[in-house]
Write a new protein. Structure first.
Length: 201
């Protein structure tokens, strides 16, 4: 039984030495030398008995205390490291959420940059530009057609006025001629009446 305790103690010591080499010793929490140095001093200062080393209880208690302090320091370091990892994980998640929000804002800005809203209807800027150009060209075409049609109507109106003036002039001339003929006929009729009256006398 003593042999198994010694083996367990040696395994524990070796584990602590390896842990100590990996993590180091927290200099703020303990002022004692490194475990492997203290262990080596403990072995060097121990007396030999046959194949065994006999250590003083006080030295062994000191080493066990140092080992306990080192284990507590290692556990504290592990706990602190775990807290740092959890904290860093939280920060990474926050940063990822911020990146997602920024990506969403960038996408919204891209959509806003590439689209335009007219009467509440979203249009792609390219489509809106093409539609605007087509609309302007159509309006210009309609204006040109109206101008040409107005000029044509104006020339037709001028021609109609000119024809009307000619017709009115011809009518006036016809009236004058008709009046002249009527006057002439009246004179002739009067002359004939006068002749008839003279003949009757």
């Amino acid at each position: 039984m003593k042999k198994s305790i010694k083996i367990n103690l040696i395994v524990l010591l070796l584990t602590l030495i390896v842990s100590n080499n990996i993590y180091g010793q927290n200099s703020d929490s303990t002022k004692s030398p490194l475990l492997h140095i203290q262990f080596q001093e403990l072995v060097d200062n121990a007396e030999s008995y046959n194949e065994f080393k006999v250590m003083k209880k006080q030295s062994l208690d000191g080493f066990i205390k140092t080992m306990s302090d080192t284990l507590a320091a290692v556990n504290n370091l592990k706990s602190n490291a775990y807290e740092v990892v959890v904290d860093q994980k939280g920060k990474i998640e926050n940063l990822q959420n911020i990146i997602i929000e920024k990506d969403s804002l960038i996408n919204d800005a891209e959509v806003g940059k590439n689209t335009i809203s007219v009467i509440g209807i979203e249009f792609q800027k390219g489509t809106y530009s093409v539609a605007s150009v087509i609309l302007v060209v159509l309006l210009i075409g309609i204006i040109v057609v109206l101008i040409i049609s107005g000029k044509t109507n104006n020339s037709i109106t001028k021609e109609a006025k000119s024809n009307l003036t000619k017709i009115e002039q011809e009518l006036e001339e016809y009236k004058k001629r008709a009046l002249d003929i009527q006057m002439k006929l009246k004179r002739e009729l009067q002359t004939e009446r006068n002749k008839l009256l003279d003949n009757k006398k």
